[in-house]
Design a protein around this ligand. Sequence first.
Ligand code: CAO
Length: 264
Amino acid sequence: PYHEIQPPPPAAAVPSAVGPKDKVPQPSPAQPVIQRPVFTGKDRTEPLKGFHKAMVKTMTAALKIPHFGYCDEVDMTKLVRLRLELKELAESRGVKLSYMPFFIKKNNLRWMKTSWCGVFQAAHNIGLAMDTTQGLLVPNVKNVQVLSVFDIAVELNRLQALGTSGQLGTADLTGGTFTLSNIGSIGGTYAKPVILPPEVAIGALGKIQVLPRFNSRDEVVKAHVMNVSWSADHRLIDGATMCRFSNLWKSYLENPATMVLDLK
Ligand code: CAO
């Protein structure tokens, strides 16, 4: 036991000369004697290595970027239904279909291929933040502009398998043009994502929640709601540009049937 309670000291004798109105000295309350536990652990210094060391370097460079933050809410109700329908079909082809392929597909605007060092890349290589056994890694899906949602799902399955087994290599980890971070697959509603230089923007997705919302007839309905938090490099992208992009991306996700129109 850590605490040893001592018995109270015997009551002091009341002096006979003390009258009934005089104050009688009271015994002080018993003080517990605490025996402090002995902790023998020692501090340890470990050098930063590998991907963690790289993260320090990249995130320190990211601090130089003037980040502009922008958030919005996406009604995912139709997409939740659509994915449920397509999930089984994808599974029958041996592929897990999550929401990520839909999020990734609609990130192919021209400015997203720029980098703050002035390079305009030809391809849309969309990176995804991945919580792996080696820590946070950001592999990217190359050329999403020519891939279908199913193709992206296949590629994501491959990257996730490599991430899980700690085998992601340089080819998959370099050349990204824009990043999405689905932190909502773990939890949380909003985030403040940090741009991965030399990219110029990043988006973080919160968890999809079932919440009451009003429909167009003013009725309260059950909606699947997800928040998206964008960060953009304000040296290159202004707020209005970010907002217009977010509106477009959101409209595709809220009306997934429209994705079919310009399917590639
Ligand atoms: N809200 C609610 N459910 C979600 C969700 C979200 N935002 N995102 C994914 N889910 C669901 C999936 O649909 C899937 O459900 P089913 O089992 O019904 O299919 C389940 O959660 C598991 O999905 P997953 O995580 O295996 O796959 P994913 O493609 O959605 O995500 C990946 C892949 C790599 C993004 C994710 O595993 C991951 O690592 N997330 C963490 C990212 C991170 O660390 N960001 C922080 C970066 S800054 O430090």
